[in-house]
Write a protein that binds this ligand. Sequence first.
Ligand code: HEM
Ligand SMILES: *[C@@H]1O[C@H](CO)[C@@H](O)[C@H](O)[C@H]1NC(C)=O
Ligand SMILES: *[C@@H]1O[C@H](CO)[C@@H](O)[C@H](O)[C@H]1NC(C)=O
Ligand SMILES: *[C@@H]1O[C@H](CO)[C@@H](O)[C@H](O)[C@H]1NC(C)=O
Ligand SMILES: *[C@@H]1O[C@H](CO)[C@@H](O)[C@H](O)[C@H]1NC(C)=O
Ligand SMILES: *[C@@H]1O[C@H](CO)[C@@H](O)[C@H](O)[C@H]1NC(C)=O
Ligand SMILES: *[C@@H]1O[C@H](CO)[C@@H](O)[C@H](O)[C@H]1NC(C)=O
Ligand SMILES: *[C@@H]1O[C@H](CO)[C@@H](O)[C@H](O)[C@H]1NC(C)=O
Ligand SMILES: *[C@@H]1O[C@H](CO)[C@@H](O)[C@H](O)[C@H]1NC(C)=O
Ligand SMILES: *[C@@H]1O[C@H](CO)[C@@H](O)[C@H](O)[C@H]1NC(C)=O
Ligand SMILES: *[C@@H]1O[C@H](CO)[C@@H](O)[C@H](O)[C@H]1NC(C)=O
Ligand SMILES: *[C@@H]1O[C@H](CO)[C@@H](O)[C@H](O)[C@H]1NC(C)=O
Length: 355
Amino acid sequence: MASTFASLISQLLIVPCLLLLSSGYLYVSEAQTPPLVSGLSYTFYNTSCPDFETIVRTRLQTEFASDIGLAAGLLRLHFHDCFVQGCDASVLLDGSASGPGEKNATPNLTLRPQAFQIIEELRSLVQNQCGSVVSCADITAVAARDAVVLSGGPNYSVPFGRRDSLDFATQNDTLANLPAPTSNTSDILSSLATKNLTTTDAVALSGGHTIGIGHCTSFTSRLYPTQDSTMDQTFATNLKITCPTTNSTNTTNLDIRTPNVFDNKYYVDLMNRQGLFTSDQDLYTDNRTRSIVTSFAVNQSLFYENFIIGMLKMGMLNVLTGTQGEIRANCSARNPTSSTLSSVVEEGLETLMGF
Ligand code: HEM
Ligand SMILES: *[C@@H]1O[C@H](CO)[C@@H](O)[C@H](O)[C@H]1NC(C)=O
Ligand SMILES: *[C@@H]1O[C@H](CO)[C@@H](O)[C@H](O)[C@H]1NC(C)=O
Ligand SMILES: *[C@@H]1O[C@H](CO)[C@@H](O)[C@H](O)[C@H]1NC(C)=O
Ligand SMILES: *[C@@H]1O[C@H](CO)[C@@H](O)[C@H](O)[C@H]1NC(C)=O
Ligand SMILES: *[C@@H]1O[C@H](CO)[C@@H](O)[C@H](O)[C@H]1NC(C)=O
Ligand SMILES: *[C@@H]1O[C@H](CO)[C@@H](O)[C@H](O)[C@H]1NC(C)=O
Ligand SMILES: *[C@@H]1O[C@H](CO)[C@@H](O)[C@H](O)[C@H]1NC(C)=O
Ligand SMILES: *[C@@H]1O[C@H](CO)[C@@H](O)[C@H](O)[C@H]1NC(C)=O
Ligand SMILES: *[C@@H]1O[C@H](CO)[C@@H](O)[C@H](O)[C@H]1NC(C)=O
Ligand SMILES: *[C@@H]1O[C@H](CO)[C@@H](O)[C@H](O)[C@H]1NC(C)=O
Ligand SMILES: *[C@@H]1O[C@H](CO)[C@@H](O)[C@H](O)[C@H]1NC(C)=O
C-alpha cells in the first residue's frame, strides 16, 4: 500500500532537471545527463521516506570508518546487480548465481559477504523509519554512490523508483553478462555496447577499479606460464610474490597508488603498465581507448564527470518501475506470497513488514 502511494507521488511530482543541476553538487552539465527512464525520479522518496539518503549516508560513514574496503564491495555489488538482469536487486536474492546462495555461487564472481549484510542492515534501518517503501535495488544504488563519495570521490544525485525482482538470474545469465578480467578492449566494448554504454562509458566505469581488491585467480593468467608483455617488470615481480601459484587465495589492491581513494590514479597506473587485469591494461594498449585513459589520468574532474554519467546510465539498466516487481521486505528473499502470508499472519504481520 505504501509503495503504491510512493509511486503515485512520484508521478505527480515531475521535477525538471534544472532544479537539480542548479544546486551545484552535480558535476555534469545538463546536456550530458542521460535522460531518466520513465518511472524514476530524483524526488521519489521525498514524501514517503524523506530521511532515506541521510540514514544510509550516516550508517555507511560509521561502517567505512572501521573498514573502508566495504566501500569497494558495495560499489561492485551495484555493478553486478545492474549488469545481470537489470538494477533490480536480483543479485541479493539467496540462490542467485552471483549472490550469497551457496548452491549456485560461482567462486570467480565472489562478492564480499559483508556487502550483502550491510545492505540488509540499511534496509532494516530505513524500514524502521518509513515502513517497507524503499526498494533493495534503490538501497544498493545509493550505497554505491555513498561508497564513491565516502572514499573521496564525487557527489551526485541518484534517481530512485527501482523495484525489486521476483526472481534471480541464472548462473548462465550471470556469466554471459559480466565481462571476465581476461577480456581485451574489444570484448569489453562489445559487452558494454549491448547495454548501450559507449566507449567513454566503458573507460570511465572501469575507473571503479580505483578502489578495492582482486584475487590472484583473476590475474595470474598474466603472470604464468608467460608474463604479459604489457605489464611493468617490477609490478609483475611483486605480483608473483603475492601470487606464487595460479591458485593462490591471496588478494592485492586494484590501484597500486591510492588503493582506498576514489581518484583518477587508476588511469595513471594504466599509463605506467601497472593495471591489474587484462581488461584494465588493454584500455591503454588499445588505440581506441588510450587517449581517453590519458585524458582521465591528467584531468580528475573529467574522469568524475564521465564516471557519473556512466553510473547514471548503468543505474537505469532494465529497471523495474511502477507496479512491476515488488518492494522486498527482506532483501535476500522474495516477499511471501498471499498463501504463505496467511500462514505467518498469526506470528505477527507487523514484524514481517517491519512497521
Ligand atoms: C569493465 C568490466 C569489468 C571487469 C572485467 C571487472 C572485473 C573485476 C574483477 C575480476 C574483480 C576482482 C574480483 C576478485 O578477484 O575478487 C573486480 C573487482 C572490483 N570491481 Fe570490477 N570489473 C569490471 C567493471 C567494474 C565496474 C563498472 C565497476 C563499478 C563502477 C567495478 C567495480 C569493482 C570494484 C569496486 C571492485 C573491488 C571489489 C572489492 O574490493 O570487493 N568493476 N572487478
Ligand atoms: C526533494 O528533496 C531534495 C533533497 O532534500 C530537495 O533538494 C528537493 O527540493 C525536494 N524536492 C521536492 C519537489 O520536494
Ligand atoms: C551530496 O548530495 C546530497 C544530495 O544528493 C546532498 O544532500 C549533500 O549535501 C551533498 N553533499 C556534498 C558534500 O556536496
Ligand atoms: C548454460 O550454458 C551451458 C553452456 O553454454 C549450456 O550447456 C546449459 O544448457 C545452459 N544451462 C541453462 C539452464 O540454460
Ligand atoms: C569464471 O570462470 C569460468 C570458468 O572457470 C570462466 O569461463 C568465466 O569466464 C569466468 N567468469 C568471469 C566473470 O570471470
Ligand atoms: C580479443 O579477444 C577475443 C577473444 O576473447 C579475440 O577473439 C580477439 O581477437 C581479441 N581482439 C584483439 C583486438 O586482440
Ligand atoms: C538500448 O537502446 C535501445 C534503443 O533505445 C533499447 O531498445 C534497448 O532496450 C536498450 N538496451 C538496454 C540494455 O537498455
Ligand atoms: C600470499 O602473499 C604473501 C606475500 O604477500 C606470500 O608470501 C605468500 O606466500 C602468499 N600466500 C599464498 C598462499 O599464496
Ligand atoms: C595449487 O596448485 C599447486 C601447484 O599446482 C598445488 O600443489 C596446490 O595443492 C594447489 N593448492 C590448492 C589450494 O589448490
Ligand atoms: C589504431 O591502430 C591501427 C593499427 O596500428 C591503425 O590502423 C588505426 O588507424 C589506429 N586507429 C586510431 C584511431 O588511431
Ligand atoms: C578538465 O576537465 C574539466 C571537465 O570537463 C574541464 O572543465 C577542464 O577545463 C579540464 N581541465 C583542463 C586543464 O583541461
Ligand atoms: C531474510 O530471508 C532470508 C532467506 O530466506 C532468511 O534467512 C533471513 O532470516 C530473513 N531475514 C529476516 C530479517 O527476516
